[in-house]
Design a binder for this molecule. Structure first.
Ligand SMILES: C[S@@+](CC[C@H](N)C(=O)[O-])C[C@H]1O[C@@H](n2cnc3c(N)ncnc32)[C@H](O)[C@@H]1O
Length: 219
């Protein structure tokens, strides 16, 4: 997508949650935090351009871990906290059979449908903990994996557990986060974790995350 803006990442030191960027469109400057996702997703192409500049690696790591354990053609995944759908790219390139997207905010769904209209069979703007929602998606699309690139720590543990409970035995969970994901990975088997460089900060320093893969027990 051709960018219709100039972008500057503010390199001022600060926590990941405080990183700010400046977008100039039609001569007007807007300053926003990266974590103001509703604003970021609403500007076509902006999130992808930010991720390109910070060498964002979580989606590729998720796909790598998932495909190391499964046949890509059998993967039918819920992409949770999917944002603008950037996490779908390496999954589809690797041959995943089916993806369903979900994010809490409607701006994420709008961005994904605008920028990756063919990536998902369905993209839901909703809460993973909403009763019946994930059950419906798992049943309708025969889902057998839940992936969450960079977003699981944004999701309350109870809401995540309610959604994950809807997946059948043998389903895979693959996620990345800054902190250990023990509370999300309760009861999983065949657990593998790996530390990797998730992306650069706006000041160019590497930010390390943990990638986790595990499987819901068969019995
Ligand atoms: C760091 S972004 C990750 C987006 C995308 N997966 C990626 O790799 O760039 C975190 C996303 O989590 C979403 N989010 C936060 N809380 C959520 C919740 N309870 N359920 C679903 N998505 C949530 C946010 O709206 C945001 O799009």
């Amino acid at each position: 997508m051709a960018t219709q803006f100039d972008l500057r990442l503010d390199p001022s030191p600060g926590d990941q949650h405080e990183e700010e960027l400046v977008v100039t469109r039609d001569g007007r400057e807007e300053r926003m935090r990266l974590h103001e996702y509703d604003r970021v997703y609403s500007i076509p192409g902006l999130y992808d351009e930010i991720l390109r500049r910070v060498e964002y690696a979580s989606p590729a790591k998720v796909a790598e871990l998932l495909f190391a354990a499964t046949e890509p053609g059998g993967v039918r995944a819920l992409d949770l906290a999917a944002g603008n759908g950037v996490s779908a790219d390496p999954l589809l390139a690797g041959g995943a059979a089916a993806l369903v997207g979900m994010d809490l905010i409607p701006e994420a769904r709008e961005a994904a449908l605008r920028e990756r209209p063919d990536a998902y069979l369905e993209y839901v703007a909703g809460d993973v903990g909403e009763p019946g929602l994930v059950e419906r998606l798992v049943s309708q699309y025969d889902l057998n994996a839940l992936v969450c690139s960079g977003g699981i720590s944004h999701i309350p543990v109870d809401a995540f557990a309610a959604g994950w409970a809807a997946f059948p035995a043998g389903s895979w969970l693959v996620a990345t986060a800054r902190e250990p994901m023990d509370e999300y990975a309760v009861g999983l088997e065949d657990v593998v974790t790996e530390t990797f460089v998730h992306r650069k900060s706006f000041s160019g320093e590497p930010i390390e995350y943990i990638a986790l893969r595990g499987r819901k027990p068969w019995s």
